[in-house]
Design a protein around this ligand. Structure first.
Ligand code: ADP
Length: 269
């Protein structure tokens, strides 16, 4: 015959077991919900460029093909939609790989200033089309050597600077600042564009979240850029910060470790 105390113990462990199982079920349900939402989001996002391309092609097939100027215009638009579709699929694959943790980070030593200069060179044309100039400021006699995944950090800078152009007003200003503080390098990307409303600010790093859908799509956006940026920086144990004032502009910034290679020479007396 069991005394009351071991029975209580058994009862307690059964309860604990049931609680942990309930938690597992909850987690599985959450995961299933997340997947369902993710698939719904993806399907919706894929449909937009597919429908657009289909529309132009069907109009051409329905007779517009005979008009030379319309033909060229519609073919260009269909091509633009297919490019957007391609970018979306690529970004989705990248994000999916990042979220499932299969992405490898290849750390190496490099000068962050050089990477930013490359990104600016690539984006200068896009900026000048909208009468913007990208200003880059850094202390001239310093190196900004860091130890990180160069290609992925290139992508982070590319994304932030291209957003600063995309969501800026024509003739606006894009300012990139590189600073060192103690053992860190800070990269700051500033624009004086339309800014982000406070309620949206918390959500812009979520996949497919955009403040203004049509503006994002018009500028070739997929709504995945900042989600990818966040994951890349997490892989570097860093994070992205943002502050924004509506109507005035935004500042995005992140930090990477400063690699100190210089060993100081012994001073001769
Ligand atoms: P997208 O492809 O739409 O640019 P992102 O993930 O890069 O996607 O950015 C998400 C959203 O955050 C954008 O759609 C835009 O509404 C907002 N956003 C990002 N950067 C800026 C910025 N510099 N100024 C204003 N809004 C911005």
């Amino acid at each position: 015959k069991l005394s009351i105390s071991p029975l209580r113990k058994i009862n307690k462990s059964i309860n604990l077991y049931a609680q942990s199982k309930n938690k597992e079920i909850e987690a599985l349900q959450k995961n299933a919900e997340f997947r369902k939402e993710f698939i719904a989001d993806i399907s919706h996002e894929l449909k937009t460029p597919i429908f657009a391309a289909q529309g132009y092609i069907h109009t051409l097939l329905d007779g517009a093909v005979d008009d030379k100027s319309v033909r060229l215009k519609f073919l260009k638009r269909a091509a633009k939609s297919l490019n957007a579709l391609d970018k979306l699929v690529q970004d989705l694959l990248t994000l999916n790989q990042m979220e499932s943790g299969v992405v490898k980070f290849n750390f190496e030593s490099f000068d962050l200033k050089e990477v930013i200069l490359e990104v600016i060179e690539e984006l200068e044309q896009k900026a000048s089309k909208r009468k913007m100039h990208i200003r880059f400021s850094y202390e001239k006699d310093k190196t900004f050597r860091t130890f990180a995944d160069k290609d992925k950090i290139f992508r982070v800078c590319q994304n932030l600077i291209s957003n600063a152009i995309k969501y800026n007003n024509d003739g606006g200003e894009v300012q990139v600042n590189l600073k060192t503080h103690k053992n860190n390098i800070t990269v700051e990307v500033k624009d004086n564009g339309k800014g982000i409303p406070p309620d949206d600010l918390k959500r812009i790093f979520e996949r497919f979240y955009r403040v203004d859908k049509s503006r994002s799509r018009e500028g070739g956006g997929t709504g995945l850029g900042l989600a990818i940026v966040k994951h890349i920086l997490e892989g570097h144990k860093s994070k992205i910060s943002v502050s924004s004032t509506l109507g005035k502009g935004s500042i995005f910034s992140f930090e990477l470790p400063l690699e100190k290679l210089e060993t100081s020479l012994p001073t001769l007396r």
